[in-house]
Ligand binder design. Structure first.
Ligand SMILES: O=P(O)(O)OC[C@@H](O)[C@@H](O)c1c[nH]c2ccccc12
Length: 262
């Protein structure tokens, strides 16, 4: 006679098959939405393509582009991830733009904002972001580490942005896996790719991935920051103004095998 326990266990085994399949699908999804995974697997410089309508330094860049369409074009042309500016006052972006992009692509999305409070991290996640930006210069060391910890707890990845040695020191105390070097000084707006050349070596020896941010337009620029040790670039203006995204993206995706170093 089959006992009730045996019958229950028989049913459970069937259920487990379904659960395992579900878990496998979820993990697959998480992997496609991970910038770290993309960086590990890449054999070219990874391009984080930014949707940026306007900025305080350049004014209107391209305010009429449709975020969903532009993101799709970025993804079709090989972007590793998409960055969406969500600040409204200075960049004419929104969380609605972020949501529209989430609905149109299957790659990781970075919420690009000036994050100073957990509530912004919640909003980023709710609207489909997988990565958030934390700007070292905008936060005290304890805020930086608290917001970092909160984001990681929420299963988000963090791009920690630095511009000088003081920022780097703050970042190293937290130990993020991805560090963005902003070539643009947010106080003077001056852009200089030499900032990447100066800061990248210590980040690489620390063991984090380097993303070179801002002021990257040409194949020569991409080669220069790749040679300096960057695994990826964050590019806004050049792509928002490009009349030929396939060529622009191709120019930026120079050979790069930094992923293997970790
Ligand atoms: O448009 P550019 O020069 O390619 O730059 C893109 C990106 O690096 C820039 O938008 C950026 C870098 N860090 C930021 C912090 C906040 C707002 C914007 C940014």
């Amino acid at each position: 006679m089959e006992t009730i326990l045996e019958r229950i266990l028989f049913e459970k085994r069937k259920e487990i098959k379904g659960l395992k399949e579900l878990k496998r699908k979820e993990m697959q999804k998480e992997m496609t939405y991970s910038l770290i995974q993309q960086l590990e697997q890449a054999n070219t410089l990874s391009v984080i393509a930014e949707f940026k309508r306007a900025s305080p330094s350049k004014g209107d860049i391209n305010i009429h582009l449709n975020p969903a369409e532009q993101a799709k074009h970025y993804s079709e042309n090989g972007a590793a991830a998409i960055s969406v500016l969500t600040d409204a006052t200075f960049f004419k972006g929104s969380f609605h733009d972020l949501r529209l992009v989430r609905e149109s692509v299957d790659i990781p999305i970075l919420c690009k904002d000036f994050i100073i409070d957990q509530v912004q991290i919640d909003l980023a996640k709710e609207n489909g972001a997988n990565i958030i930006l934390l700007i070292a210069a905008a936060l005290t060391p304890s805020e930086l580490s608290e917001l970092y910890g909160y984001a990681i707890q929420q299963n988000l990845e963090v791009l920690m942005e630095v511009h000088d040695e003081a920022d780097l020191e703050k970042a190293f105390k937290v130990g993020p896996k991805i560090i963005g070097i902003n070539n643009r000084n947010l106080r003077t707006f001056e852009v200089d790719l030499a900032v990447t050349e100066r800061l990248a070596p210590s980040i690489s020896s620390f063991g984090s991935y380097v993303i070179s941010e801002s002021g990257i337009f040409t194949n020569t620029d991409a080669k220069r920051v790749s040679d300096a040790g960057a695994s990826g670039v964050l590019v806004g203006e050049a792509l928002m103004r490009s009349g030929d995204l396939a060529t622009s993206m191709n120019d930026l995706m120079v050979p790069n095998l930094k992923g293997a170093k970790q």
